[in-house]
Design a protein. Structure first.
Length: 527
C-alpha cells in the first residue's frame, strides 16, 4: 500500500520529551505529551495507532500462559528482558491486624547476581491482573471469540517485548500480564474512547471530560475517586475497542520498585545443588506497604501490585528485576546521619547491615539514626534489631502517636554519654525565630515550621540533638533521608539547618543553607 504525503509527514514528525519522577508517573505523561505534539491531524480525528495486533483465528493452538485453576494471577514466568526468577520463602505481616495499614515483609531467594548488591539497590516486581478482571473486560468488549487466539505484532511497547519471544501469545496473555486494565486513566485514554463510541450522549460526556478547560471535571470523575479503567468502560457501555487496538488503547503494566531491606549474603548450598552445578543463591527482603484505601465513592481500592503481592504464598515463583544501588556505596565507612520514616527504614537497614559486614583496615564511622513511626507497638519495624544496636549505631526512635513519648520541651536528652546543653527552655531556638534568619523565613519554610508546632516528628529530634548533629557533620558525616516524598524531606532539611546554627557550626541560616548545599553529601530516597 502506498503512503500519501500526509502519512509520510506523520511518520517523520517527532519530539524529544525529557522527564524525571520519584513516582514513575512522569513517563506516562511524557509519552502522552510527545504524542500530542506529533499530532499532524485535526483534534476531531483519531490519531493513527502506534501498535496494531493481528489475530490469527485459523490456528487451533492456544496459550497456557494465562491458564490458572484459581482466581489468582497465573504463576507462569515470562521471558522479560533482564529479569530473574525468585522463589518466595515467606510473607509476613509486620503491623497488627487491627491496624489500618497492612505492611508486609517478603523474603525471597534468587541466583546470586554477577555484581554484589550495593546499598540503595531496589527490587522490581512485575505484577499481573486477576482472572476475574480480565474476563470481565473480555465479556464487556465482546472478545470471547478472539481472546484465546494467537496474536502477532510487528511493533509493541518495550514493556511488552516478552510477547514477541513466546511461541504463542494470545490477547488474554496480553491482558493478564501486560496491559494495566485497572489503572486510573489519564485524559489520553478517554480521548481514545471518544472515537470508539457511536452513542451521541456518551460521546458528548467523553468530550466534556477530555476538554482541557474541564480539568476539574476530569479530576472529579477519575483522579479523586480513583475510578479505574474497568469502571469507566462500565460507565460507557457503548464503547467497543477493536481487539487489534488493545495494545494501543490500554496503558502497559510497569514494574514496581521496592527498596531492598537487607544486605544479602550467599546462602549455604546443599550438597545436591553442588552436584548439579547450580549457581549460589542469596536471600532478599523487601518491606512493602499494601496500597489499600477507600475513596469518596466509598469503594475499597487495592493497588495492582499490592493485590498481586498479597496473592503470593511461600514457594511461589515470580519474575523480578534488580536496579543496582550507587549513592550509598560511598557511605560504607564514613559517619552517617540517617533519617527514615515508615517503610523508608528499608534502605537504611540495608546500609547498616552492609556497614557491619564491611571489611578493611578502617572500621565504619558512627551512624546516628532518627527513625520516625506512629507507635512502638504498631510500625516500629525491625524493633528488636534497633534495640540491639551495635557497630557504632545509635537509634533515636520517634513515635508521633504515642502520648507517653511526646517531646518534653523542658528535658535534656542523654546521647552517647553526653547531655545536650540546655538552651532556652531546654531546646535549641529554631533559626526562624532568631534575628539571623528573619529574612529567610519564607512562606513555605515558615509554614513547615508552624505545622510542626506541638508535634513529635523526626525533625524535632534533629533539633533536639543539634549539638550531636552539628558535631557529626563537622566530622564529615553524610546525611541519608528515606521515606515519604511529601513535606518530610523539606522539614528535615530545615531542621538540619537549625541544628547547624544551634550546634554552633554555622552563624546563620543563610550560612547553614550554603553549608548543607556545598559541603555535606545528602543521599535521598523518597517516594
Amino acid at each position: 500500500m502506498e503512503s500519501s504525503s500526509n502519512d509520510v509527514q506523520a511518520t517523520d514528525r517527532n519530539a524529544l520529551v525529557l522527564y524525571g519522577s520519584e513516582t514513575g508517573n512522569a513517563q506516562d505523561i511524557a509519552e502522552d505529551l510527545g504524542r500530542a505534539v506529533e499530532r499532524p491531524i485535526p483534534d476531531d480525528e483519531p490519531l493513527p495507532p502506534r501498535f496494531v495486533l493481528s489475530i490469527d483465528g485459523t490456528k487451533g493452538v492456544t496459550s497456557s500462559m494465562s491458564s490458572t485453576s484459581s482466581e489468582d494471577p497465573p504463576s507462569t514466568l515470562l521471558p522479560i528482558e533482564e529479569a530473574s526468577e525468585a522463589i518466595i520463602q515467606s510473607t509476613s505481616r509486620v503491623t497488627p491486624t487491627d491496624h489500618w495499614q497492612d505492611v508486609r515483609l517478603f523474603s525471597m531467594d534468587m541466583d546470586e547476581p554477577a555484581e554484589p548488591l550495593l546499598p540503595g539497590a531496589t527490587l522490581i516486581v512485575y505484577p499481573k491482573n486477576f482472572k476475574t478482571d480480565v474476563q470481565a473486560l473480555i465479556d464487556q468488549m465482546g472478545w470471547q471469540d478472539q481472546a484465546d487466539q494467537p496474536v502477532h505484532a510487528t511493533k509493541v511497547p518495550k514493556e511488552l517485548g516478552w510477547c514477541t519471544k513466546l511461541e504463542v501469545c494470545t490477547l488474554r496473555d496480553l491482558l493478564t500480564h501486560g496491559l494495566d486494565i485497572t489503572a486510573v486513566p489519564r485524559r489520553g485514554f478517554l480521548e481514545k474512547l471518544f472515537f470508539l463510541t457511536a452513542n451521541a450522549e456518551q460521546q458528548e460526556r467523553l468530550k466534556e471530560l477530555i476538554d482541557p478547560s474541564g480539568s476539574q471535571d476530569f479530576y472529579d470523575y477519575t483522579t479523586r475517586p480513583r475510578r479505574t479503567i474497568l469502571e469507566i468502560l462500565g460507565d460507557f457501555p457503548s464503547v467497543k475497542i477493536p481487539p487489534s487496538s488493545a495494545v494501543d488503547v490500554f496503558p502497559v503494566i510497569r514494574g514496581r520498585e521496592f527498596s531492598i531491606a537487607n544486605s544479602p549474603s550467599r546462602l549455604a548450598v546443599p550438597d545436591e545443588q553442588i552436584t548439579h552445578n547450580q549457581p549460589p543463591q542469596i536471600r532478599i527482603e523487601i518491606l512493602a506497604a499494601m496500597v489499600e484505601y477507600r475513596t469518596i465513592i466509598r469503594k475499597p481500592r487495592v493497588g495492582l501490585c499490592s493485590r498481586y503481592l498479597k496473592s503470593l504464598a511461600a514457594g511461589a515463583r515470580i519474575n523480578i528485576g534488580i536496579k543496582q544501588g550507587s549513592g550509598m556505596q560511598r557511605l560504607l565507612t564514613r559517619p552517617v546521619i540517617a533519617v527514615a520514616t515508615g517503610t523508608g527504614i528499608a534502605p537504611i537497614r540495608m546500609l547498616h547491615q552492609a556497614r557491619a559486614k564491611a571489611t578493611g583496615s578502617t572500621p565504619p564511622g558512627e551512624m546516628l539514626l532518627f527513625f520516625g513511626c506512629r507507635s512502638r507497638k504498631v510500625d516500629y519495624y525491625f524493633a528488636d534489631e534497633w534495640r540491639r544496636a551495635a557497630n557504632g549505631l545509635t537509634v533515636i526512635p520517634v513515635f508521633s502517636r504515642d502520648a507517653d513519648v511526646l517531646i518534653d520541651m523542658a528535658k535534656t536528652v542523654q546521647l552517647g554519654g553526653q547531655d545536650e546543653p540546655p538552651p532556652t527552655a531546654g531546646m535549641p531556638v529554631p533559626p526562624s525565630l532568631s534575628a539571623s534568619t528573619a529574612g529567610l523565613d519564607t512562606s513555605e519554610t515558615g509554614m513547615l515550621r508552624r505545622r510542626d508546632a506541638g508535634k513529635n516528628y523526626v525533625q524535632h529530634h534533629i533539633r533536639r540533638h543539634a549539638y550531636k548533629v552539628a558535631a557529626m557533620i563537622r566530622g564529615g558525616a553524610a546525611v541519608c533521608v528515606c521515606g515519604s516524598s511529601g513535606t518530610m524531606p523539606k522539614a528535615v532539611r530545615l531542621a538540619l539547618e537549625d541544628a547547624l546554627v544551634a550546634g554552633g557550626l554555622c552563624a546563620s541560616a543563610a550560612e547553614a543553607q550554603e553549608y548543607l548545599t556545598t559541603r555535606v553529601e545528602i543521599w535521598q530516597e523518597t517516594w
